[in-house]
Design a binder for this molecule. Structure first.
Ligand code: MOS
Length: 707
C-alpha cells in the first residue's frame, strides 16, 4: 500500500520555522515521570550483576586473589581477575586516533598502576550479593613506592602533543619582554577536578543470536561498539550498542572498564551481566581533569598592546596513559603578540588516568590567561574590556588563517551594556554592602567549533510522519530535540511530525556528544538526507509501506570546507560579595554573552550555557579533589567530600548570545556544550580581586584562602 504525504506538497521554498524557537525536550515528560529508562533500569531475564573490586595500593603487584570464600557466598556466580579473565586488546586506536582508556586492559596482568585500579569483578544474582562479595574479596598486594605528588616545578615534566600540538611559538620572547613597558609574570594553579554525571557509568552485556548486545550509558554508541569490537577482536558488525537515555557525560562516558567487565562476564557465563560503577569508583575509573600549574608572561606597551604572550602549562597523567590537558591553547585564538608562545607539558605519576572534562584545556587555561590579562589591565591603568579589545587579532595569531565568524567584540559590548559595566569604579575594595565587599570582574571565553563526518538516515512514512536515525547521543543536553528541529526545517514540516531515534550503533557511524561538536556534526548528516527526501517527495513519489529512506554521509561535504579558525566566543561577567570576616565568597550575579553560532533551540542552549557557568562557580569556589600523597588515594572521593555548586550558590545567572552564524555550516551551528564554563572562573576571581584587593592565582578560592 502506498500513499503520498499531503504536507510535503507545500512549496519547497517555504522558510524554516522551527530553528531558533524554544522547544521543550521531546523526552521531557518521559524523564520527569520516570518512564525514561537509563541503562541500569532496563530489566532483563536472568540478569546477573557485577561489582568491581579496586586496588587499595597506589603501585605494585597483586600477590594473590583469595576468591574461594567469595565464590561460596550466597548468589555469587563468578569472580574474574587477572588469573582467569578473558584476554582483551588495549592497543587499538580509539576516538580521534587516541589510545583507549587503560582500564580496558583490566584483569590482564598483576600490575597495579594506581589507587583505584580494577583488580577483580564479583558477579552474583543480585547487586547486593555482588557488592557483598566484592567487599569480602581479599586481594593481597606487593606494594611498591609510589609518586603521586603533582607540581609544575618538577624537573621530569615533558612536552606532549594531545589533540593539539604541545608547543606553538613565534617571535623572540626575551627580546620583546625586555622592550615591554609593562610585564606580568605569574603562576596559576588549578586542582584535580572530577566529572560526576548524575547517572553513574553502567553497562549491560549479553549475547543474542551470535551477536554481542550492549546497553550502555555513553556519549556515542557507534564509537563504543567499534571500540568493543576491537578490544574483543570481534567482527565490527557483530557488536551492537544502545544508549537511549544518558544522564550526563562531560567527556567521561567512553569505553572504560565497566563495559569490558560486563562483556567478559557475559561471555564467560553466557547470560546477561550488568556492571555499574559506584559513585566512589567513578573517582578513579571515570577520568578527571588533571590539576594544572601554569605560568603566564605578558609584556605590553603602555597602551596595553601585547608584545609578549607566553603561556606554559604543566598537567599530570598516569604511568599507563599519555593524556595532556592543553591548558595553554586559549591564547592561540584570543590574542596576538609579536612573541607568542604556548606550550603543554605533563608529569607522569602513579595516579588514575585523567581525561577530557568539559572544555578540556580551555576551562583551566582561561583561568590563568584571563586572570593575567586582568592583572595587566590594572598595571596599564586600562579597563579590562578595553585591554582585550585593543588586542583583538585580525587573523589566527599563529595560523594566519581568517576567523570564521569572530564576534568577541560584540559579546563584550552587549555584555557590558547589560551588566552595567560602564558604572564600574575600577579601584579595588571601594564598594560595600554592609559587611560585604563587592566587586565585579570579566573574562573572555573561546572554544573550538568543528564538525566530524557522520551518517544519518531519514525515512518518510505513508502517514505523513518522518523518522530520523542517527547514532547521536543525548547526554541530557536536549540533543534529540535539537535534531528534531534541524530535520523538520530541512523537511519543511512541523517538528511534531519528526521522530528522532538516536543512541544505537545500528544507525551507522556518527560523531559523539563531545567537543561541542555533536549538533553541528549530526546536522551536517541529517540536513542533506532530509533535503533530498523532501525533493523526492515534492516530485510526488509514492511511499512504500516500509517507508522511503534517504541516507547520507557527510564525509565528502566536510572535506570540502575552507581552512579557517573556527571557534565560539564569549564574554563572562561576575559580581561577587566577599565577607572579610569569614572569607565567604558569594557570586551575586553572572552574565555570559556568547557568540556560539546559530542557536537551534534557545531553551536547551541556554540550559547548556548556564550549566557551564555554574561549573565556573564550582571551579572558582568549590571543586578540589585532594590526593593524599602517602596513600595515593583521594580524600573524600564522594559527593559529600567533593563540593560542587548547588542551587544556594547560584543567585542570578543569565546567558544570552549575539547573532553569529557559522560561515560554511549548512545551518550556521557552532556549538554550546563547553563554552559556558570557559572564562567563568576567571571572571569570578577577577571580581574577588576587585572586591578585596587580593589576587587569587590558586583555585578554588576557599574561605581560608580569601584574605
Ligand atoms: Mo566533552 S569534554 O568533549 O565530552
Amino acid at each position: 500500500m502506498t500513499s503520498t504525504v499531503p504536507a510535503v506538497t507545500a512549496p519547497v521554498t517555504a522558510p524554516p520555522t522551527a530553528l531558533g524557537t524554544a522547544r521543550t525536550r521531546v523526552e521531557g515528560r518521559e524523564k520527569i515521570t520516570g518512564a525514561a529508562r537509563y541503562t541500569g533500569d532496563i530489566p532483563l531475564t536472568s540478569l546477573a550483576h557485577g561489582s568491581l573490586v579496586l586496588s587499595t595500593i597506589a603501585r605494585g603487584r597483586i600477590r594473590a586473589v583469595d576468591d574461594a570464600a567469595v565464590r561460596a557466598m550466597p548468589g555469587v556466580v563468578a569472580v574474574l581477575h587477572h588469573l582467569n579473565a578473558p584476554r582483551v586488546r588495549g592497543d587499538y586506536p580509539s576516538i580521534m586516533g587516541m589510545a583507549p582508556d587503560p582500564t580496558v586492559r583490566a584483569f590482564q596482568d598483576d600490575r597495579v598502576p594506581h589507587w583505584g585500579w580494577p583488580v577483580a569483578l564479583v558477579v552474583a544474582e543480585t547487586p547486593e550479593q555482588a557488592r557483598a562479595g566484592a567487599d569480602a574479596l581479599v586481594v593481597a598486594y606487593e606494594a611498591e613506592p609510589h609518586d603521586t605528588d603533582f607540581s609544575g616545578e618538577r624537573t621530569d615534566a615533558f612536552a606532549l602533543d594531545g589533540v593539539v600540538p604541545a608547543t606553538l611559538a613565534k617571535g623572540d620572547e626575551e627580546a620583546e619582554l625586555a622592550a615591554s613597558a609593562v610585564v606580568v609574570d605569574a603562576s596559576y594553579t588549578t586542582p584535580e577536578e572530577h566529572h560526576n554525571p548524575m547517572e553513574p557509568h553502567a553497562a549491560t552485556a549479553y549475547w543474542q543470536d551470535g551477536r554481542l548486545e550492549v546497553l550502555d550509558s555513553n556519549q556515542g554508541a557507534s564509537w563504543t561498539a567499534e571500540d568493543l569490537a576491537k578490544a574483543f577482536e570481534l567482527e565490527p558488525g557483530t557488536v551492537r550498542v544502545r544508549s537511549e537515555h544518558v544522564g550526563g557525560g562531560f567527556g567521561s562516558k567512553s569505553v572504560r572498564v565497566h563495559q569490558i567487565a560486563a562483556v567478559m562476564a557475559a561471555t564467560e557465563l553466557q547470560r546477561p551481566v550488568r556492571v555499574a560503577m559506584t559513585r566512589r569508583q567513578m573517582f578513579s575509573l571515570a577520568g578527571y581533569r588533571s590539576p594544572t600549574d601554569q605560568r603566564v608572561r605578558l609584556g605590553a606597551d603602555p597602551d596595553g598592546r601585547l608584545r609578549v604572550l607566553s603561556h606554559g602549562s604543566v598537567s599530570q597523567t598516569s604511568s599507563v596513559y599519555a593524556f595532556v590537558e592543553p591548558a595553554a591553547a586559549a591564547g592561540r585564538v584570543l590574542y596576538d603578540a609579536a612573541a607568542h608562545r604556548t606550550s603543554a607539558q605533563v608529569v607522569s605519576l602513579d595516579v588514575p588516568t585523567p581525561t577530557s572534562m568539559r572544555a578540556p584545556g580551555m576551562a583551566p587555561g582561561s583561568f590563568a590567561l584571563e586572570s593575567a590579562l586582568d592583572e595587566l589591565a590594572e598595571r596599564c591603568g586600562l579597563d579590562p574590556i578595553e585591554l582585550r579589545l585593543r588586542n583583538e587579532p585580525s587573523a589566527g595569531p599563529l595560523s594566519g588563517l581568517p576567523f570564521a565568524g569572530r564576534n568577541l567584540r560584540a559579546c563584550f559590548e552587549e555584555g557590558a551594556r547589560r551588566f552595567g559595566w560602564a558604572d564600574r569604579d575600577p579601584r579595588p575594595r571601594v564598594r560595600r554592602d554592609g559587611r560585604w565587599l563587592l566587586g565585579t570582574g570579566t573574562a573572555a571565553a573561546t572554544f573550538h567549533a568543528f564538525a566530524v563526518p557522520s551518517t544519518a538516515a531519514v525515512t518518510a512514512w505513508a502517514d505523513g510522519t518522518f523518522t530520523v536515525r542517527i547514532a547521536a547521543a543525548d547526554i541530557g543536553t536536549g540533543a534529540r530535540t535539537a535534531l528534531q528541529i534541524v530535520a523538520a526545517d530541512a523537511l519543511r514540516v512541523a517538528p511534531e511530525r519528526v521522530q528522532v531515534r538516536i543512541g544505537d550503533s545500528e544507525f551507522g557511524p556518527a560523531w559523539l556528544a563531545g567537543g561541542s561538536a555533536g549538533t553541528s556534526s549530526w546536522a551536517w548528516a541529517i540536513t542533506p538526507a532530509a533535503g533530498e527526501l523532501r525533493e523526492r517527495l515534492a516530485l510526488g513519489v509514492d511511499i512504500p509501506a516500509d517507508g522511503l529512506t534517504v541516507r547520507s554521509d557527510s564525509t565528502t561535504a566536510l572535506a570540502g570546507q575552507e581552512p579557517a579558525e573556527r571557534h565560539s566566543y564569549g564574554a563572562q561577567f561576575a559580581e561577587v560579595a566577599v565577607d572579610p570576616g569569614t572569607g565567604e565568597v558569594r557570586v551575586r550575579r553572572m552574565l555570559g554573552m556568547f557568540a556560539a553560532g546559530r542557536i537551534v533551540n534557545p531553551l536547551t542552549a541556554r540550559n547548556q550555557l548556564v550549566g557551564g557557568m555554574v561549573w565556573g562557580i564550582s571551579m572558582a569556589l568549590h571543586e578540589e579533589a585532594v590526593r593524599d600523597v602517602r596513600s595515593g588515594s583521594l580524600v573524600g572521593a564522594d559527593l559529600a567530600g567533593y563540593h560542587v555548586a548547588s542551587h544556594a550558590d547560584v543567585a542570578h545567572i543569565e546567558a544570552d548570545w549575539v547573532d553569529d552564524p557559522m560561515p560554511g555550516d549548512p545551518i550556521g551551528i557552532k556549538g554550546v556544550g563547553e563554552i559556558g564554563v570557559v572564562g567563568a572562573a576567571a571572571a569570578i576571581a577577577n571580581a574577588v580581586r576587585h572586591a578585596t584587593g587580593v589576587r587569587h592565582r590558586r583555585l578554588p578560592i576557599r574561605p581560608d584562602r580569601v584574605l
